[in-house]
Design a protein around this ligand. Structure first.
Ligand SMILES: Nc1ncnc2c1ncn2[C@@H]1O[C@H](COP(=O)(O)OP(=O)(O)OP(=O)(O)O)[C@@H](O)[C@H]1O
Length: 884
């Protein structure tokens, strides 16, 4: 994103000066605003909504709707007709465009309204400090982000999305991700500069300020607080939006399939009109007078209702899922992509396991049970939980504290951990697998030369052992380290989550501690925790496998623990690949390895993202389910990012699909819903295009054989209108249960093959009808015969269309029986009735149609029976239920 140097936004201007000056200018203070004042400011400044999030109004959406490619093609054809004064054709095209735009706008508007209601369910909150009255103490509470006002004091923790532009008041090792604004993927350090930027008001790049945090960025690690300097449309992100044009995603499976097919069709359509003109000029010597007919043929080929059917099918699927309260689809095309997922990457903790760890054992460096290890682990857990303001308390830390409290209650030696005074904490974070608490030992003096600080470290055994110089007070050499790593491996292979605990005592200091201080430690021992497999996980994995979804586990945990958990759940782990090995591989090698590996362990965020990208590059449609800050990169990299509702804000905001809970069973249901929607879109395309192609072929042949136009432009268009209206019912189809057994992807080539085959069959039925018409109408005069021909073909077209809808609707399973849903029964019956009665009605003569002799109906019934049988037989031979 390009930032103009003169772009001094409200945030930068409002944040000029020292912290105190900024607070004073905002009439606020570190204790936050008084509620009443905040309410007044909300009225004055408006809600803190991001402009891009406001759904478009109906008129604005309607005005935009002709921009869809099919409507654009119709408009071009309409203009061509108007240019040659073919007003009838132009008018009917205008009606088609209008109907398609109204239906599309209504469908999108409805889908957006329900999406907005769902968004409210997921409303992100900010942690705000406010006071009830000027004299009351400040209270920290969660507030919907849109209620924030300038002057509010906001607290930031890992995983939070920065809710407005902030001037920082306090920070502890705060790093934020500003990729939404800068595209820069590395986290940026932020700190308080009490003296202000000191730029003397000169133009500055807003993102250069370490003391400012901008709406839309997200906290990676550390914590802090800041005062809101700009909200709503006045934030840096809102200002940049028109220039940035929003976040661009790589083409999704939806873009590649549905949009790919749309563009192929548009090319065909645009070629049709010139082709008809050339053929009729060459073979029948006709000139430009054929143009309206050529235009009508091209219109006949256009599946102009595709956007409407796509929106309706997806919105219906998403609404059904949301009604059950289990799954919220935040981006409609993601439902299609979910149905196409053939590889699902999940993290282990909380997805495959319950994430309710329980202490299993503590042992010292000599391998013997040792309660002292629990005591030190608890000191670390207590102070990391207290001091690091994590968005959700860490389950491992809580389990260690529970066990230590229990031990203390029983008077066992594991107690006594509360006697230490916590000073600082360096928590775990993305890519950081250990945590350190700096404490003052009990009874140690605060300000004396002899004052000491103890660093208590716990974390992944490899990482902690690397930083140890001693074990139990004795020197630790390479052999000793290897022996301990082996022991950790043995514990992990039993399915336990293993943490190494170490400490170091140093002279007290005032300078803040950093990860560089985590060295020369004394290894205290291991704590191991068991985390039971989630009760529904084994069954859900089996169902996903039956549905053709290959599950891969991407975890930060030890390879042994991950492999054991997978085995317990019936997922063969095979060879486990670690993050270290991933680092050593080039992208192409990783793509090959990823395809055959099931478990990736010791993954940092970038490892997870690389595996997801490698799988996509290998042609898999990849979903990723994760909930922590360390899952963000993979969530964004996946075709479909999935997050549970209680996942950290930033991942939930980036996800396409949100689950009520981290439950694979619900996800499987969502995948099936996605396949159903895709199945309905595919059915529409199969039906619409087979009929359209058949008609176009028949029209071309008839155009060459007959001395008159086989179908007048107005008839083509009326017929199209009838088809379109009927085909909308396909969005309500319920494919048979077997139809969702494999990932559903619209494959343009397979569709093209299908359409060619069935289009030819349709054309044969039309040609047979021409034969029948020749027989039944032979006694009529030329003009009456021409009118009767139009009527006969019109009737046959609508009846065959009804037949095609019934027989091709939901894959081959429709041919095997199954109840036809009400809307489809109604639509096909309506088609048949219109086809039979319109030529006999008063509307017949204006459309150049006359009633037909009874003989025609008898012979047509024969043609339809044979066509129906051939159609059913050909459909039964189609092997791929998921393709097309
Ligand atoms: N509270 C903690 N204290 C110390 N070390 C921790 C703590 N939490 C995690 N770790 C270490 O960091 C490693 C990676 O943790 P991370 O949260 O990335 O993944 P995970 O929870 O093990 O698995 P998953 O990626 O499946 O959710 C853990 O295996 C553990 O060794």
């Amino acid at each position: 994103m390009a930032w103009a140097p003169e772009a001094r936004t409200a945030a930068v201007r409002g944040a000029d000066g020292t912290t105190l000056e900024v607070l004073r200018a905002l009439e606020s203070g570190p204790r936050g605003l008084v509620e009443e004042e905040a309410e007044e400011r909300l009225v004055r400044h408006g809600e803190n909504t991001f402009p891009g999030r406001r759904p478009d109004s109906w008129p604005r959406r309607f005005a935009r709707s002709p921009r869809d490619p099919f409507t654009a093609v119709l408009l071009v054809l309409g203009l061509v007709s108007a240019a040659v004064a073919a007003w009838g054709t132009a008018c009917v095209i205008a009606v088609l465009v209008l109907v398609s735009c109204v239906l599309r706008t209504t469908g999108e508007h409805r889908a957006d309204r329900s999406a907005a209601a769902l968004r409210d369910l997921l409303a992100t909150t900010a942690t705000v400090r406010r006071r009830a009255t000027a004299a009351s103490p400040p209270l920290t509470r969660e507030l919907p982000v849109d209620q924030l006002v300038p002057g509010d004091v906001v607290l930031l923790a890992p995983g939070d999305v920065v809710p407005a532009d902030l001037r920082l008041l306090r920070t502890t090792a705060l790093t934020v991700h500003e990729a939404t604004l800068t595209g820069e993927s590395a986290p940026v350090e932020k700190f308080v500069d009490a003296d202000g930027p000191g730029d003397g008001g000169s133009p500055v790049l807003p993102l250069g300020h370490p003391h400012l945090c901008f709406q839309g960025s997200s906290v990676v690690s550390g914590n802090g607080s800041g005062v809101v300097v700009a909200t709503g449309a006045r934030t840096v992100l809102s200002g940049a939006l028109p220039r940035a044009g929003g976040r661009s995603r790589p083409p999704s499976p939806f873009d590649r399939s549905v949009n790919g097919i749309a563009w192929t069709l548009i090319r065909f359509t645009l070629l049709t009109a010139p082709l008809v003109l050339i053929v009729s000029a060459l073979l029948r010597g006709r000139g430009l007078e054929t143009l309206p007919f050529a235009v009508a043929v091209a219109v006949g080929l256009t599946p102009e209702m595709l956007p409407v059917v796509v929106t309706t099918a997806l919105a219906r699927g998403a609404a059904l899922l949301a009604r059950d309260g289990e799954v919220i689809v935040r981006r409609l095309p993601a439902l299609h992509d979910l149905g196409a997922v053939d590889v699902l990457c999940v993290d282990k903790t909380g997805t495959l396991t319950e994430d309710r760890p329980v202490l299993a054992l503590c042992e010292g460096p000599d391998g013997r049970a040792n309660p002292e290890v629990l005591r030190w682990a608890a000191v670390n857990a207590l102070w990391t939980l207290h001091l690091s303001e994590l968005p959700v308390p860490d389950a491992l830390d809580e389990a260690i504290l529970d066990a230590a409290e229990e031990a203390a209650g029983e008077g066992a030696p594991g107690g006594g951990f509360e006697e230490f005074e916590g000073l600082e904490a360096l928590p775990c974070g993305p890519g950081r697998r250990l945590s350190t608490a700096v404490v003052r030992p009990p009874g140690d003096p605060r300000f004396a030369l002899a004052a000491r600080h103890t660093l208590v470290v716990k974390g992944a055994p490899e990482d902690v052992l690397d930083r140890c110089a001693q074990a139990g007070g004795a020197e630790l050499g390479a052999d000793g380290r290897e022996r301990l790593a082996r022991r950790a491996g043995e514990l992990a292979a039993g399915g336990l989550r293993v943490l190494a605990v170490a400490r170091a005592t140093r002279p007290a200091r005032t300078r803040p501690y950093t990860p560089a201080d985590e060295r020369d430690l004394d290894f205290v021992g291991f704590v191991a925790l068991s985390d039971a497999p989630a009760p529904t996980a084994a069954e859900a994995l089996a169902v996903l496998a039956r549905h053709g979804v290959d599950v891969k586990v991407l975890t930060g945990d030890h390879p042994g623990t991950a492999a054991r958990v997978c085995r317990e759940l019936g997922l063969a782990p095979g060879e486990v690949v670690t993050g270290e090995r991933i680092d050593a591989l080039a992208d192409a090698e990783l793509a090959r390895l990823a395809a055959r590996t099931t478990v990736f362990a010791r993954c940092a965020p970038e490892h997870k993202a690389r595996v997801v990208r490698a799988l996509r590059a290998a042609g898999h449609t990849t979903g990723f389910l994760g909930d922590g800050v360390n899952d963000l990169a993979a969530t964004v990299a996946a075709d479909v990012g999935i997050c549970p509702r209680d996942g950290v804000d930033v991942v939930r905001e980036a996800a396409d699909v949100v689950l009520a809970s981290k439950d694979l069973t619900a996800l499987d249901r969502a995948i099936v819903a996605g396949r159903r929607s895709t199945g309905n879109i595919a059915a529409y395309l199969r039906i619409a295009l087979s009929s359209n192609v058949g008609n176009v072929i028949a029209m071309l042949v008839a155009g060459l054989l007959l001395p008159f136009l086989p179908m007048l432009p107005a008839q083509v268009l009326v017929q199209n209108l009838c088809f379109d209206a009927a085909q909308l019912a396909l969005a309500f189809d319920r494919p048979a249960p077997g139809a969702h057994l494999r990932p559903a992807l619209l494959r343009p080539r397979a569709l093209l093959r299908f359409v060619t085959g069935f289009g030819l069959l349709n054309a044969v039925a039309d040609l047979a009808t021409f034969g029948v018409l020749a027989l039944a109408l032979r006694s009529m005069g030329p003009e009456e015969g021409q009118f009767a021909f139009h009527a006969g073909w019109f009737t046959e077209n609508l009846l065959t269309q009804a037949l095609v809808m019934l027989l091709l609707r939901s894959g081959r399973h429709a041919a095997e029986g199954g109840r036809v849903p009400g809307p489809i029964r109604l639509a096909t019956a309506a088609l048949a009735v219109v086809g039979l009665l319109l030529p006999l009605s008063p509307l017949g003569p204006p459309l150049s149609m006359t009633p037909l002799p009874p003989l025609y109906y008898g012979l047509l019934a024969l043609v339809l029976v044979v066509y129906g049988l051939l159609l059913a037989a050909a459909r039964a031979r189609q092997s791929s239920p998921s393709g097309v």
